[in-house]
Ligand binder design. Structure first.
Ligand SMILES: Nc1ncnc2c1ncn2[C@@H]1O[C@H](COP(=O)(O)OP(=O)(O)OP(=O)(O)O)[C@@H](O)[C@H]1O
Length: 307
């Protein structure tokens, strides 16, 4: 299998902030990898390294064709980033045609891509006259028009409605079936699970997990039980069904996949427990679970987790 993104032991620092700390990441042709992390985890920094905007302080990063800092290599990339503003003076057709020509493709390649993305009727409109969702479709058209070996999508469906999101995914899926590798960043577990062959979880610039969605889901909590209790961290960790433990004073948040059984155990272990609440679990609990799992002693020791 051809590799279209290969990052090895990549480190990057802004001033005194280590944004990436020894990241390994690989995307093969025809594969979709989701980079999942909370705000500030390091996703955009990695994307900026993969698109040649930044240079790694240490480590090696190659995309299809070689070093993405070289313009000839970037021609094999398609990138969709919300922060990439569209020149307002240009019309949709000019934007997509321009993207094709800049990558050495005939201007005529724009037509089918505009049609595929439902932009045919908007082709004569100025970028300033488009809705946010329509602008995002234009960005995708510009990214696809050079038939990229690697498509990088940075939070691509943020702000899109359900049907636009579905359409966006279908278009990406089609390219993937044709052999394009896809790297998509998100902070939504559901989004990552819906689109990816593999999910790479990053936190504070380090990779916590790199697994297929099914395998990862079994290790992550889908509910949190919040309570006030006098039980210690190790006591809480020993309760059956506990996947993650966060303590804030006497309030604890327990990640689990079996909330009913855990509630029974908790009430048995501490009859004085109060303020019980069961809610859905999110990325924060997942990161705690993965951090705990990676810690010595499998998280059964007393030290506070770093969150
Ligand atoms: N230009 C910058 N100067 C200094 N620090 C920065 C800069 N850009 C990012 N950082 C820091 O680097 C770390 C990683 O940021 P990055 O933008 O890569 O995260 P992210 O996962 O993309 O977050 P988000 O989901 O909020 O976009 C954070 O601690 C952030 O504060």
């Amino acid at each position: 299998m051809r590799t279209v993104l290969d990052a090895r032991d990549v480190w990057f620092r802004y001033g005194s902030t280590d944004a990436l700390r020894g990241v390994d990441l690989r995307v093969d042709a025809g594969e979709c990898v989701a980079l999942l992390g909370a705000n500030g985890a390091g996703k955009t920094t990695l994307v900026n390294l993969a698109t040649g905007l930044l240079s790694a302080r240490h480590g090696a990063l190659r995309t299809a064709g070689g070093d993405p800092r070289r313009a000839a290599v970037r021609r094999h990339l398609g990138v969709v980033q919300q922060s990439f503003g569209l020149p307002k003076a240009l019309k949709v057709r000019e934007l997509v045609t321009g993207a094709a020509v800049r990558c050495g493709r005939p201007a005529a390649t724009a037509g089918p891509v505009l049609a595929e993305l439902g932009l045919g009727e908007l082709a004569g409109r100025g970028a300033a006259e488009l809705s946010g969702g329509q602008q995002q479709r234009v960005r995708l058209a510009m990214a696809l028009v050079n038939e990229p070996a690697l498509l990088i999508l940075d939070e691509p469906t943020a702000g899109l409605d359900v049907s636009a999101r579905r359409h966006f995914r279908r278009v990406v899926e089609r390219r993937r079936a044709e052999g394009t590798g896809v790297l998509v960043t998100t902070h939504l577990i559901e989004e990552a699970a819906a689109v990816a062959d593999r999910i790479v979880v990053v936190d504070h610039g380090a990779v916590l997990a790199d697994e297929p969605p099914g395998a990862l889901a079994n290790r992550l909590p889908d509910r949190t039980v919040t309570a006030r209790t006098s039980l210690s961290r190790s006591g809480l960790n020993r309760l059956p069904g506990v996947i993650s433990v966060e303590m804030r004073g006497t309030t604890v948040r327990l990640g689990t996949r079996a909330p009913e059984a855990l509630l029974r155990e908790l009430l048995d272990a501490d009859p004085g427990v109060s303020d019980l609440r069961v809610e859905g679990a999110g990325l924060e609990e997942s990161v705690v679970a993965l951090t705990d799992a990676a810690a010595p002693g499998n998280g059964t020791e007393e030290p506070e987790v770093a969150l």
